[in-house]
Design a protein around this ligand. Structure first.
Ligand SMILES: Cc1ncc(COP(=O)(O)O)c(C=O)c1O
Ligand SMILES: [Zn+2]
Length: 409
């Protein structure tokens, strides 16, 4: 560990700290951290050749760039190394050089959050915490419950009472201790933080915990490796708390730091018009302000983004931007990517694609670009939203005559 980690740095004031024990936020300003690595040391062992010879196709193949020392808590599940599909029909429709969909709905609990939970849970166990807790719009929780169950651990979870049924079902099936908080995600988040302080539990809350980003960054490693170490021009990312986009950026910067790539992509933060805090800040140049989020894309319905400042920085440093899309466009994108590429996304998971369509229509993504859209959650997580746009089946009596009468082209 000592050889690969240099310490932690506050994303706001830049104060550096040693990595000892569990520290969530900066003592000086209360903001969150990023982990600093010794790229010079890591590049000696982590090379394109070493990776080519590594048969472990999961997040763990990037161990040298993970903030962990102890391999004994690695889950026996397939986490990461999700498919990167070339979506050639959609690519033609949009007139792009190349379009890829990174299908993270294929992770064990059906969402991108398994990347974060894998590293956060390992960290909690490495540090000897007796209990792991987390608040979530649903996916981070179901992910913690799933990965925890694979190790015989049952986390304590706080979800908003309105979390989609499928996500709550996952929590209960995996045996987590579940509290349905009568309030928003933000209320659940704050309560979880208070409870963890009171009881000395490990707080897995997105953004607040510096290790969630460290797991999420593995998606960028995979994208580059799956593209034969080509760097895409543009990566579109759905944004709620802003922790995924921050992780995606960290991943590309890590790869550049260790010399595995030689340029960086631009990142586009995509949000619903009804949960627009991060994109508002990107477009206005003003600090991140809370909104009253009401989007149908429950996973990105966030009033106060917990990694908002770093998310704005990620878009800016990458020379990217942010874009807002309507809930209607998000729901329509579920159909477009399902019918155009065979990938079923929950609303948040289809949001990046909705952003791509809008930017193509505005001409802000050009024909010659290689584009990656992150599909962050599986469509079965929220079938109600899917059915809203997919329509209903044709009712039919069980007879051939009835079929003839009802037959559709
Ligand atoms: C499916 C899905 N997409 C996107 C996001 C947004 O990630 P972040 O909150 O880190 O911005 C989440 C977060 O819960 C999610 O579950
Ligand atoms: Zn600080």
């Amino acid at each position: 560990m000592k050889e690969k980690i240099r310490g932690m740095k506050c994303v706001h004031c830049g104060t550096e700290y040693a990595c000892s024990g569990m520290q969530y936020i900066c003592d000086s300003c209360g903001c969150n951290f990023e982990v600093l690595y010794d790229y010079g040391a890591i590049r000696k062992t982590l090379t394109r050749e070493s990776l080519a010879g590594d048969k472990n196709y999961s997040v763990w193949r990037y161990w040298d760039l993970l903030p962990l020392a102890d391999r004994s808590h690695i889950m026996p599940l397939q986490i990461g190394w999700t498919p990167l599909y070339r979506a050639d029909r959609l690519e033609k429709k949009l007139g792009l050089k190349a379009l890829y969909l990174k299908d993270d709905g294929r992770n064990p609990s059906g969402s991108f959050k398994d990347r974060a939970s894998s590293v956060a849970i390992c960290k909690a166990l490495e540090l000897g915490f007796p209990t792991i807790a987390g608040a979530s719009t649903g996916n981070a929780a179901s992910s913690s419950a799933c990965l925890g169950a694979s190790l015989g651990i049952s986390p304590v979870i706080f979800v908003p009472a309105a979390a989609p049924e499928a996500k709550v079902a996952q929590l209960l099936v995996f045996g987590a201790t579940v509290y349905a908080v009568n309030g928003t995600y933000d209320d659940a988040f704050d309560l979880c933080t208070e409870v963890c302080l009171e009881y000395g539990w490990f707080n897995r809350n997105t953004g607040y915990n510096p290790y969630t980003r460290e797991g999420k960054k593995t998606v960028s490693f995979e994208i580059c490796e799956q593209l034969g170490w080509e760097v895409p021009d543009t990566v579109l990312v759905p944004v709620g708390d802003g922790n995924i986009i921050t992780g995606v950026w960290k991943g590309f910067k890590d790869l550049l730091g260790v010399g595995l790539i030689d340029r960086l992509p631009r990142l586009i933060a995509v949000q619903s018009e009804k949960s627009s805090s991060v994109v508002d800040a990107i477009l206005s140049g003003k600090p991140v302000c809370p909104v009253a989020a009401t989007t149908v894309a429950d996973s990105i319905s966030v009033d106060l983004p917990r990694d908002g400042e770093a998310a704005v920085k990620a878009a800016g440093e990458s020379e990217g931007t942010g874009i807002l899309v309507s809930d209607e466009a998000i729901l329509n994108s579920i159909l477009t990517i399902a019918r155009g590429a065979g990938v079923f996304a929950e609303p948040a998971g289809a949001t990046a694609y909705a952003g791509l369509e809008k930017m193509r229509s505005e001409g802000t993504i050009t024909d010659d670009e290689t584009v990656v859209c992150l599909v962050t959650g599986n469509g079965l997580k929220d079938v109600k939203s899917a059915i809203r746009v997919a329509g209903s089946p044709t009712p039919l009596e069980p007879s051939l005559d009835a079929f003839r009468a009802a037959r559709r082209p």
